[in-house]
Design a protein around this ligand. Structure first.
Ligand code: AMP
Ligand code: GLY
Length: 426
């Protein structure tokens, strides 16, 4: 099987590594990829946002499967362009990607499907926002309706801050805003591999979203992750399949926009059970990284079966014993900005440690040096017999890597594992 991975980040590097380990996969290509992905794939300098260019590349390479990593190309319809040329693609159509592309749309689908989630109101005027804030009470949750790369959400006890964020969202292009009920409880990620009708859940993971230790500071794309969640109920993934994923797939099918790809369910484990915080339409980054490290089933076979609508014909994914932890190394200024061009050292040594992969998220080559090229620069992923062992190995390897302004959290996957910042208010 020849495969093509679309994207530039850590998720795509982790996917490319897993594909390269699948005995049925003969070629791994990536567009545009990054210097780390180049170790396991052939890179092609093609715009990931251009459906035509990606479809042309897939045809020229004769690939059997295209895996679209990030949400932006999916929302832009890149999967449709590839599918129109008769090539299997793991990733939803533009219409189905609205589950992530519009918060109001995903809330509407959840309501129609009876999926447990936070109560919400979609607002278009400041008066509606004020009324919704008062109806739900503090803590206030205000979300930009549109894709905002993780920066569209404010959770605060300060009513003025909530109103100001809503005004900012509405002023930037007349966006709608969604005001929600606050969900209290640890936040977890469950990834469902879907073929439009059938779904398999992967082992749950947890993502540390804030920039600083102890869950302080602003939200980021994710500063680290681990799996499995030994403290969580053992049937969590099955419960999410039954109460969230299957009803959602049925509703999307009913609407004539079946969902093919990864339905990433962000959940709060509340006193009244798991409730959905958000849907994404792709693998989570970095939350998928430890999950892929533990996946024993060949990834190419699983994603191809989903893309072809024959998931029911392949066995459910199997995970090996043990645990995996990923620690993100971010550049100076992240998440407000990022510092580019800082020289990175120690990556090769760190990658030689037993059980360690150094995953590239935002790197570039400059005159023979590996340099920073984004907010999240690298992710050090380790496996071990348990979370504590994987964590020690990940941090020992991360200690070998240096660049000016490096930021990382020191408490990824630290005890107590069940209580991270998740949905708790800081
Ligand atoms: P989202 O972009 O919807 O994932 O929101 C970003 C982060 O804000 C989430 O990961 C949660 O930590 C927090 N959040 C979002 N919605 C809620 C909610 N209804 N209750 C509590 N926290 C929330
Ligand atoms: N780590 C969160 C995300 O991928 O959206």
């Amino acid at each position: 099987m020849k495969t093509l991975v679309i994207g530039t980040g850590g998720r795509e590097h982790a996917v490319a590594i897993s594909l390269s380990l699948d005995p049925a996969v003969t070629e791994v290509h990536a567009a545009p990829g990054n210097p780390g992905i180049a170790d396991v794939a052939t890179l092609h300098d093609v715009d990931p946002m251009s459906g035509t260019a990606i479809a042309d590349l897939a045809v020229a390479l004769g690939v059997d499967l295209v895996v679209v990593g990030p949400e932006a190309p999916l929302v832009a319809g890149v999967a449709d362009a590839v599918r129109a040329r008769g090539i299997a693609v793991f990733g939803p159509s533009r219409a189905a990607a609205q589950l992530e592309g519009s918060k109001a749309f995903s809330k509407d689908v959840m309501a129609a499907a009876g999926v447990p989630t936070a109560g919400s109101r979609t607002c278009t005027t400041p008066d509606e926002v004020a009324a919704a804030l008062d109806a739900f009470g503090p803590p206030f949750v205000v979300k930009d309706d549109a894709l905002a790369a993780g920066k569209g959400v404010v959770v605060t006890r300060d009513r003025g801050e909530a109103l100001a964020h809503a005004a900012l969202c509405m002023s930037s292009g007349g966006h709608r805003v969604v005001v929600e009920e606050f969900l209290d409880g640890p936040e977890v990620s469950v990834f469902a591999i879907c073929d439009g009708a059938t779904a398999y859940a992967l082992q749950p993971a947890q993502d540390f979203k804030r920039i600083f230790d102890g869950g302080r500071g602003p939200n980021t794309g994710g500063m680290g992750s681990y799996s499995p969640l030994t403290w969580a109920q053992p049937d969590l993934a099955d419960l999410v399949l039954e109460t969230v994923v299957r009803p959602t797939l049925a509703e999307m099918g009913r609407r004539g926009t079946p969902f093919v790809g990864c339905l990433y369910v962000g959940l709060a484990l509340t006193d009244s059970g798991p409730r959905v915080i958000e849907f994404n339409v792709r693998l989570g980054d970095p939350d998928i990284q430890p999950v892929l490290a533990l996946l024993e089933s060949p990834l190419g076979g699983l994603l191809a079966a989903a893309a072809d609508g024959r998931l029911a014909d392949v066995p459910a994914p199997v995970f090996r014993d043990g645990a995996s932890v990923t620690v993100v190394l971010a550049s100076a200024g992240y998440p407000e900005s990022s510092s580019k061009g800082d020289v990175i050292t120690g990556v090769d040594r760190a990658g030689q440690e037993d059980g360690v992969d150094v995953i590239h998220a935002g790197t570039a080559l400059s005159g023979g040096d590996l340099v920073t090229a984004g907010g999240r620069v690298l992710a050090v992923r380790a496996v071990g017999t348990d979370v504590a062992a994987a964590r020690r190995t990940a941090y020992a390897a991360a200690d070998l890597i240096a660049f000016p302004g490096l930021q990382r959290r020191s408490d990824i996957a630290a005890e107590p594992l069940g209580v991270v910042e998740g949905a708790s208010l800081r």
